[in-house]
Design a protein around this ligand. Structure first.
Ligand code: SF4
Length: 442
């Protein structure tokens, strides 16, 4: 965001009425400057100030929202590097269905994109886009209809105006992205009428800039850029040039989300996956693959999860009881913190032990066990409170609680807090949990 807190403050009413939820107008201005509050929270901002702040505080890359059930924001980024602040809107991942594919292949892709999902850190990871490419075989609209039924977001790649119109009629509620090879007056009319994003392609940023300016002057405001090239090095270079021009040089005509299609760049699916991983890191807003298979999709989803998380905030798992395996009333209860990495390492090692159990994750604001203990956020009292709050004992006939070995200091105090429980000191390292479970008696 370009505006500094004081610039924003000057435009606020300065009555410190607190209705925005902040104690003073200055505090509110500071929150707007770091993107944690919105101007609309103040009911007293003048129309003039709204106009000024809206245009000056708009992100250098426009946010375009598509979809209905699987709504996704594209673009909206404010920095070149994730560590400067954060990246906000994860790259949409999808499959490219070509009209000339066999029916069974199309069915397989539709099935895979619908069914392949993974749960990590309490988040469901899945792909969100289907690009449908017209090859003039007369099946385009029918395929669009099938793809629309999946609820996924659509990219309509076609030069056939009739097909585009019919497809939009079918799918307009998911706000499909229209991708013609050239932008005709007719296309401009259609995307304006339905308020749809349109893809502008070009081999270099000069060509893209010119086309975008022309489109903007005809009143189209939802634009997706497509740097076209078969060479990964050229596309990568252009993605960086586009992002730098938008963020550093404030070139509004390049401040739009960017489409990439690794499916067009190679026949080797694994290479495609590598290209997609590059575009997720820098700076693709959508990547379309030639097919959706777990061995490529899963690592891409994990990469995306990592790139698009706020580096200033640790990833957390929701506080609560997690069942590992098929625990019963005699299974032991482990306790750890809700720092995602800790949670996954501990739950993974319990799984490796082949013994079922319950895992309690305590909310420590994402701190690991030792750090949380040092900050007094993971101690006998907090653990006892969690045990009571979750009512885990109602599932048990035998109450055994295993605490991390690194917090041996709290052992005695925890026994006092939970007199009906047998407290066991677990290993210091999660990797030793399987061996520990083999030798311990409950
Ligand atoms: Fe200031 Fe507006 Fe917040 Fe009141 S609601 S404190 S006027 S910013």
């Amino acid at each position: 965001m370009a505006l500094k807190p004081l610039d924003i403050f000057k435009l606020l009413p300065k009555t410190n009425c607190k209705e925005c939820g902040y104690p003073t107008c200055l505090a509110f201005a500071m929150q707007i400057a770091i993107g944690k509050a919105e101007l609309a929270q103040c009911p007293y901002v003048s129309e003039e100030a709204k106009k000024q702040l809206a245009s000056e505080s708009a992100p250098p890359i426009k946010t375009i929202t598509v979809g209905k059930n699987e709504k996704i924001n594209l673009g909206g980024e404010t920095v070149l590097y994730r560590h400067e602040k954060t990246f906000y809107n994860p790259t949409g991942i999808g499959v490219l269905i070509r009209e000339d594919m066999k029916d069974e292949e199309i069915e397989t892709e539709i099935k895979n994109i619908t069914e392949l999902k993974y749960e990590r850190v309490g988040v469901v990871l899945k792909s969100e886009f289907i690009g449908i490419m017209d090859s003039g075989k007369g099946k385009f609209v029918e395929i669009v209809e099938k793809c629309f039924q999946t609820g996924k977001n659509l990219v309509l790649i076609s030069d056939n105006l009739e097909n585009i119109k019919k497809s939009i009629e079918i799918s307009k509620e998911v706000k499909p992205i229209v991708f013609p090879s050239d932008i005709s007056d007719e296309i401009v009319k259609i995307v304006k009428e339905f308020n749809l994003p349109v893809v502008v392609k070009g081999e270099n940023i000069e060509e893209i800039s010119q086309k975008v300016q022309k489109l903007e002057s005809s009143g189209v405001s939802e634009i997706i850029l497509y740097p076209e090239n078969k060479k990964i090095s050229e596309i990568f270079k252009n993605l960086i040039l586009i992002r730098r021009a938008a963020i550093l040089k404030k070139k509004r005509e390049l401040g739009y989300p960017v489409l990439t299609i690794p499916a067009f760049m190679t026949d080797n699916y694994l290479k495609e996956g590598i290209y997609a991983s590059i575009f997720i890191a820098k700076y693709g807003s959508i990547v379309l693959l030639s097919k959706i298979r777990g061995e490529v999709l899963f690592p891409l989803l994990i990469e995306r999860l990592n790139i698009f998380t706020d580096p200033q905030r640790p990833m957390t798992t929701p506080e609560g009881i997690y069942e590992i395996g098929k625990p019963d009333d005699k299974s032991p209860v482990f306790v750890t913190t809700n720092f995602s990495l800790t949670y996954f390492i501990v739950s993974g090692e319990i799984e490796n032990s082949k013994m079922s159990g319950y895992l309690l994750a305590q909310d420590t604001e994402g701190l690991s066990v030792l750090t949380a203990w040092a900050a007094d956020k993971f101690n006998a009292e907090t653990i006892a409170n969690l045990v009571k709050k979750t009512k885990i004992e109602e599932r048990l006939s035998k109450k055994v609680l295993i605490i991390p070995g690194v917090v041996a200091q709290i052992y005695g105090e925890l026994e006092e807090e939970l007199p009906e429980w047998k407290i066991l000191l677990g290993p210091r390292e999660a990797a030793h949990i399987p061996a520990f479970l083999k030798n311990v008696e409950f």
